[in-house]
Ligand binder design. Structure first.
Ligand code: ATP
Ligand code: MG
Length: 423
């Protein structure tokens, strides 16, 4: 029979990889806890309307990339393409935004129907951070300092660059858009096809075009930062001086725009040159208008999303994956002969008394040699060998699998004391 396969662009994460993912997730969520951020979880499926109203009707995500389907009662539902809109929906619905500030994070799969390639998938994973209720640039700086720490503690600080920009107020963007459209309309025939279309639908996204010729035309285009309103300019200057004080290096990139309509004022990306075209590892910005746009009270907000696949690829590309992550066990307990009851008692005793030991036991029988093979494959440094003679005497043999230390036979108590001494 023909085998059923996974959906294109949606990956399985196998055991040899999952330990690296757990390591990355652990580093990130530890740091988030150290900054006082709390986890929020929300569903993977939401009303389609939520994303249309937040991300914007004329964005790539809403126009081309959403997994949208009719529920059995006809409601239009969508697999979440990002987390910010969901987070705002959940916070608003549960009264988390009223007269208080929030510093939140979430982690999980997102879905976009894009062309799958390295670093770009149809199901991918993000760790997202969202803060609410804080207006000043201090919180923008905090989320950037926090993201910088994540990248630094994972060992990729030298492989990423922080780019920042200010998108200004909506009035400033409107004025800028008019100027940009006026400038580009004169050069319309020279633009790439996507940009031509965007000239009428979403002109600021042209700044983001990957087309070399379009980028050249943009060299003489009006610059967004020249159109900033006073409030946004003060905010941006405030952010820059806080970053300077914190020793965070950055480049101001006046062409940095985000693919989601809800951003205003601060926008930023951490980019790398180690992953080819999929260069953005972490991206975010301020979205003070979104809560109101979704029916809540006007609430300042800033956040970012880290693409976990890209972050893991980056760690691998620059060779900073800690060694031994995929080791399955520290100790392997071989049980040779009719000793299962005692083997199980000993194993459980070790797990009670030495919770830091990863103990893999032999199941399914097998002779001494085949069990030692399994011990070797598990990556364990030590094999405990329980044969019938040992079991009768209440002892176990300790065999070193990776070093030239002589095997020894010890009573159970002493084995436990010995393993404890190794920690
Ligand atoms: P890109 O410009 O690369 O398409 P984006 O602007 O669409 O990214 P965001 O919506 O801001 O990305 O998402 C934040 C992060 O999530 C990105 O910086 C990236 O690391 C990751 N990401 C986005 N889309 C994908 C995808 N299809 N596959 C893997 N990771 C992704
Ligand atoms: Mg995209």
């Amino acid at each position: 029979m023909k085998k059923i396969q996974a959906i294109r662009g949606m990956n399985d994460l196998l055991p040899e990889q999952s330990s690296l993912w757990q390591y990355v997730e652990g580093v990130v969520t530890d740091i988030l806890a150290r900054y006082g951020y709390q986890e929020i979880r929300f569903p993977i499926v939401e009303s389609t309307e939520l994303f249309k109203r937040s991300i914007g009707e004329v964005t790539d995500i809403v126009e081309k990339e959403m997994y949208t389907f009719a529920d059995r009662n006809g409601d239009s539902l969508t697999l979440r393409p990002e987390g910010t809109a969901c987070c705002v929906r959940a916070c608003e619905e549960n009264g988390l935004l009223y007269n208080q500030t929030q510093r939140l994070w979430y982690m999980g799969p997102m879905f976009r129907h894009e062309r799958p390639q390295k670093g770009r998938y149809r199901q991918f994973h993000q760790i997202g951070v969202e803060t609410f209720g804080i207006q000043g640039p201090d919180i923008d700086a905090e989320v950037l300092v926090l993201s910088a720490r994540i990248l630094r503690e994972l060992g990729v600080a030298d492989d990423v660059v922080l780019q920042i920009n200010s998108l200004g107020s909506s009035d400033a963007r409107l004025a800028y858009k008019t100027a940009l459209v006026e400038y580009l309309s004169r050069l319309q025939d020279q633009l790439d096809e996507d940009s031509k279309r965007r000239l009428t639908t979403n002109p600021m996204r042209i700044l983001d075009s990957k087309d070399a010729n379009t980028q050249k035309l943009l060299d003489a285009a009006p610059v967004l930062l020249d159109y900033l309103d006073e409030e946004s300019r003060v905010h941006f200057d405030g952010l820059k001086s806080l970053l300077d004080a914190a020793g965070i290096r950055y480049q101001v990139n006046p062409r940095l725009v985000r693919g989601l309509d809800y951003y205003g004022k601060t926008a930023f990306e951490w980019v790398t040159d180690k992953l080819g075209a999929q260069s953005t590892v972490c991206a975010g910005g301020r979205y003070d208008g979104l809560v109101e746009q979704l029916g809540g009270k006007s609430t300042p907000a800033v956040g970012f999303g880290i693409g976990l696949e890209r972050l893991v690829l980056l760690l691998q590309a620059v060779d900073v994956v800690p060694v031994g992550l995929d080791q399955q066990a520290d100790v392997f307990l071989a049980a040779v002969g009719n000793v299962q009851p005692i083997a199980m008692q000993l194993a459980e005793r070790i797990r009670d008394e030495l919770p830091f030991v990863r103990l893999l036991t032999n199941c399914g029988g097998g002779n001494f040699k085949s069990q030692l093979k399994k011990a070797d494959k598990s990556g364990a440094d030590i094999a405990l060998i329980l044969g019938e003679d040992e079991a009768n005497a209440g002892t176990v043999s300790v065999k070193f699998l990776r070093e030239e230390t002589e095997q020894k036979t010890l009573p159970f108590d002493e084995v436990i004391a010995y393993l404890r001494s190794l920690e």
